[in-house]
Unconditional design. Sequence first.
Length: 101
Amino acid sequence: MAASRLRRIFVTDALRSGLPPHIDAKICGNALLDTTMGYAAIYPEDVITHHRAFIAQRRAEWLSEEYRDLTPGEWEEFLAHFELRKVALGVCGRDFGTPCA
């Protein structure tokens, strides 16, 4: 088996088992974390699982008001922001709630 395939298997298994990426990089002898992460096989279900765990942890630590359901008016305002941006500016990188230049 090629060395790159062994690295991919090792890095992916180590990350999925909870080893921090920077430690994985040291074990592999990589100076850059990007090199190590290039070997990692990140699957869509991993992204979803980790994102849900992050949100659950954050909700436990922050005020519940931050995570309340939006009112219909707030949701419409949020959607309208993107419609106005598309019409007025085409592709624009401005933040939600900031005025057009």
